[in-house]
Design a protein around this ligand. Structure first.
Ligand code: 8YV
Length: 327
């Protein structure tokens, strides 16, 4: 008698050709339609599964895995994994993995796209042009802020923060950062960045990029008090997670003219966006696409596939999924 093939639940219709290697070893149950799974749909998908691939759109908590007796691994497609309840997974003996490194450069590129877009008012200028408002040329219209030579503050100096610092060199920016721990001196020198306390970072940055993971400790790290410490013409860029920035406080600060502008790829309660942010001027808003390049999104799925294959006992890392998180 041959053993039943394991079943892999994939919570979103991810690139079929990248998922294909799984089919040699497992039955694939891929959700056919994109979208946010409600708790019942997710629990139903996980119940029969030996492994699962999920995205930020799925919240994998104790209720979601309550009936998942065979589940061995939840492979998250994303470097951030605040959508996974690691304690619940650990208690149930289920491993969890993420997709570090493959997206670092793509996300750092996008952080600069947001920074430049906000500083030079790119999206605002395009809206103005498309609205048919360009009737005559004017010397002082849509004046932006210079990026070259400005002071860049990076809050969170992990891999992505360091890749952002590397890019800032080309703009001859002064780079300050804050991280719980200082980088080793050689790395700090390579990044040409200097560690300062958080308050100094807030008060000195012309452009502040938020690049910390979302945890209970970083919830509303940028709140009304933090925003009040920033220069009145500074720009805030959030590529981390909604929830690290208090969006309502940011909207209020922008409405009161207490910041130069903002650029946000992530939002509290996304895909909903605070109406105050939608209404604010000098703001660039994008729908959580910092890692969304053609190659990187595929590489992220391939990494999740490798983690699942390893958890199911296949491939060079059989039994040792390479990107486990949560101890
Ligand atoms: C992904 C991200 O879009 O990696 C992350 O943490 O936020 C993004 O790269 C998201 O995780 C998709 O699931």
């Amino acid at each position: 008698m041959t053993a039943a093939r394991p079943r892999v639940y994939v919570a979103q219709p991810l690139f079929a050709e990248v998922l294909a290697p799984l089919a040699a070893h497992a039955e694939l149950a891929v959700e056919p339609v994109e979208g946010r799974r409600d708790a019942a749909a997710l629990a139903a998908g996980l119940r029969e599964a030996d492994a699962a691939i999920v995205t930020i759109a799925e919240r994998v908590d104790a209720a979601a895995i309550a009936g998942a007796a065979r589940l061995r691994i939840v492979a998250n497609v994303g470097v951030g994994y605040d959508n996974l309840d690691l304690a619940a997974l650990r208690a149930a003996g289920i491993a969890a993995s993420n997709t570090p490194d493959v997206l670092t450069d793509t996300v750092a590129d996008f952080a600069f796209a947001l920074l430049l877009g906000a500083a030079r008012r790119v999206t605002e200028a395009e809206r103005w042009l498309r609205d048919g408002q360009w009737q005559r040329w004017s010397f002082d219209r849509l004046l932006g802020r210079d990026v070259h030579g400005a002071t860049l503050g990076i809050l969170g100096m992990g891999r992505i923060g360091q890749a952002i610092a590397e890019r800032a060199r080309g703009f001859r920016m002064t780079v300050l950062y804050h991280n719980r721990r200082a980088l080793p001196p050689a790395l700090e020198q390579a990044c040409d960045a200097r560690r300062v306390e958080q308050d100094e970072l807030l008060s000195r940055a012309d452009f502040l990029i938020v690049a910390v993971p979302y945890t209970p400790a970083t919830h509303h790290l940028i709140d009304a008090a933090a925003l009040a410490r920033m220069k009145p013409d500074a720009f805030l860029i959030n590529i981390a997670r909604g929830g690290v920035v208090d969006d309502a406080a940011l909207a209020a600060a922008l409405a009161a003219g207490r910041l130069g502008g903002a650029a946000l790829d992530v939002f509290e309660g996304e895909p909903a966006v605070d109406p105050g942010l939608l209404a604010a001027g000098h703001v660039v808003l994008t729908p959580h696409i910092a890692s969304a390049s053609r190659d990187t999104r595929r590489a992220m799925v391939a990494m999740a596939v490798a983690n699942v294959l390893a958890a199911l006992g296949h491939g060079p890392q059989a039994g040792r999924p390479p990107n486990l998180v949560g101890g």
